[in-house]
Design a protein around this ligand. Sequence first.
Ligand SMILES: [Zn+2]
Length: 221
Amino acid sequence: MIHYSIEELLKNNQSWAAQKRALEPGYFEELSAGQKPPYLYVGCSDSRMPLTRYTQTEPGEIFVHRNIANQVSLTDINFLSVLDYAVFHLQVQHIIVCGHYDCGGITAALEGSTTGLVDNWVNPIRELYFQNQSEIDCLSTREKRINRLAELNVIAQVKNLYQTSILRKCMRENNAPQIHGWVLNLKTGLIQDMKIKTSIWGLYTPNSELLSSSTSNNFER
Ligand SMILES: [Zn+2]
């Protein structure tokens, strides 16, 4: 892959902005007036995971939090601030947790292939592997093992989302955004909706339709 130089990045920006202005003269004035995105995206920091590209969305449509292996940590003040702001101020209607196959963070957790802070960060995924070791170890290839753990990781992070005080407050008040677990296949560029069946977790919600809307689930085997 050929990478642009820093100077080329700035030139690209100028030509992109000029094209936008030519197509829609008021585009940037409208953009600068404020944001009301309907989506919060919790994704992996991986450079191959800009959700806006995969979904053909524009600036102003998706509020974003990304970290290595799309973790929803109940002690991460950065993530919790984003979630609080997205839910209570922006009033997003959907939260998308999107992992991906061939994820380096998942591989690091599964194989212990990294050292330093990342090794600490992915420890919850390593714990998740130990919880599901019998299922994962039975898979026939390394790729399948890594990708299955990526799926289980998305399910675990969706569950974590429901455990935050922010979502619990929303559910008590019956105005929680819909939460979606997705996994992106880098080999095809396609996103799969995991249709996570949250009702099995016995989470409190007065909106039972929200938590039992998915009746078929191919991912949580
Ligand atoms: Zn990743």
